[in-house]
Design a binder for this molecule. Sequence first.
Ligand code: AR6
Length: 175
Amino acid sequence: MTSTRAEIVLVHGDITEQTVDVIVNAANSSLLGGGGVDGAIHRRGGPAILEDCRKLRASQYGKGLATGQAVATTAGRLHAGHVIHTVGPVWSKTEDRGALLASCYEQSLKLAKELGAETIAFPAISTGIYGWPIDSGAEIAIRVAREHGGAPLREIRFVLFDETAYQAFAQVLGG
Ligand code: AR6
């Protein structure tokens, strides 16, 4: 039987080296770059991405992109058709922001489908500079990918930079 759900694939590596229709960036609301995966994407993708981001700021997101939302730009020199920038929540010990992290994955998948993407690569959003615990981050990412990975998507790839993140995702996917 042919499944209409996209396959979920885990890769231990660098998201900027992936060849996919869409690469997702763990951005911040300024859309003007930063450290971590955001810095790597802008460095490797070149100035065309920042140029698109500046245009988006000027035309639609003067106050910045809200947490949990997603927008698309060119992918510049990356081996992808688009970069989708999404703003993850900063981890909070006192407040449950899981719905906002889920929204990042949901809104990115929705936009990717609207763009006709068949393949998409995600980093583990919020689990670096924004401090989200990797086990919880993996659980939310995989759950949303399972729920929202319909056609035209056929592959949802999680690209995990370090071994701990890879193991956390593998545990959730296999469990
Ligand atoms: N490929 C794949 N994953 C990566 C890469 C890479 N090249 N580099 C880092 N990671 P982070 P956040 C992993 O900090 O927590 C930026 O300054 C990393 O190990 O990039 O959402 C933005 O502008 C971690 O597991 O994003 C924001 O200000 C995951 O990617 C802020 O950081 C996410 O780590 C966003 O913080």
